[in-house]
Design a protein around this ligand. Structure first.
Ligand SMILES: Nc1ncnc2c1ncn2[C@@H]1O[C@H](COP(=O)(O)OP(=O)(O)O)[C@@H](O)[C@H]1O
Ligand SMILES: [Mg+2]
Length: 241
């Protein structure tokens, strides 16, 4: 079954096409890379598919639910927004238990779920430390755990590796690979930097100025250009801006 289907999805702000005719599909267990330079339309795409924004035109479904049924979609997705904020005075454990309670879990269930997710993202030993003491990478991993709290069919991660050093990036990507492999969820991962995605993504959508420059299995997009970086530069003119 397709977990995401977008057909001609577009978002216009005045004269500016933030997104212009995005068509793509994804299945369970896939990691989709949403690639493109700053301003390409990645965050707009994620906001549309997570029902935070309404499209100007086009249609979509997420987890088999039509795009106009926002409340149902929100129950079946997890999101790590572009600049997620965290309550520094809470511990990681408290933060996740609270999130689980919001989704209707009992106190005991919430504890179990929080412990499992903290372990999944490698934060078990920091469960009882305040978030204010976490590194940026640890916060991002906590944010990924938070996005998984409701066992979502689709997880959207908007630039999860932004601002991390290479080791931090590798940890995030390893976590993402695990999620897709283990849970059968679809992961949509946006980034404007490349080296990482080739290892974790099965498919990519390359955006530039709101338009799709390429979409499909990563090997097809790379074919011809030799590497993803070369394909990306060729497709997005990233070298020029
Ligand atoms: N609320 C808004 N009002 C006007 N223009 C916007 C708004 N949000 C995004 N844009 C524009 O839409 C384009 C795509 O933005 P965005 O989706 O945030 O790109 P990305 O996440 O790839 O960096 C950019 O040109 C941006 O300036
Ligand atoms: Mg963005």
């Amino acid at each position: 079954m397709k977990t995401i289907e977008a057909i001609g999805l577009s978002k216009r702000y005045g004269a500016r096409n933030a997104l212009d005719g995005l068509t793509f599909a994804a299945s369970a267990g896939e990691v989709i890379g949403l690639l493109g330079p700053n301003g390409a339309g990645k965050t707009t795409t994620i906001r549309l598919l997570t029902t935070i924004l309404e499209p100007t035109s086009g249609t979509f479904s997420v987890a088999g639910i039509p795009g106009d049924q926002a409340a149902r979609i929100r129950h079946r997705i997890g999101v790590l927004p572009e600049s997620a904020g965290y309550p520094g005075r809470q511990t990681g454990g408290e933060y996740l238990r609270y999130a689980a309670r919001l989704f209707g879990r009992s106190r005991r269930d919430a504890r179990t779920v929080a412990e499992r997710l903290l372990s999944d993202v490698g934060l078990s030993d920091r469960a009882d430390a305040r978030i204010s003491s976490y590194s940026r990478g640890m916060r991002q991993r906590l944010g990924i755990a938070r996005a998984l709290i409701n066992e979502p069919a689709v997880v959207f991660l908007d630039e999860p590796t932004l601002g991390l050093d290479p080791a931090g990036q590798r940890e995030i990507l390893a976590t993402i690979s695990d999620i897709a492999a283990r849970g059968g969820a679809t992961v949509v991962l946006s980034t404007h930097t490349l080296p990482e995605v080739e290892q974790v993504c099965s498919s990519v959508v390359v955006l530039d100025h709101g338009k799709v420059r390429a979409a499909g299995p990563i090997h097809e997009v790379v074919a011809g250009a030799g590497s993803l970086s070369a394909a990306f530069l060729e497709l997005t003119e990233a070298g020029h801006d």
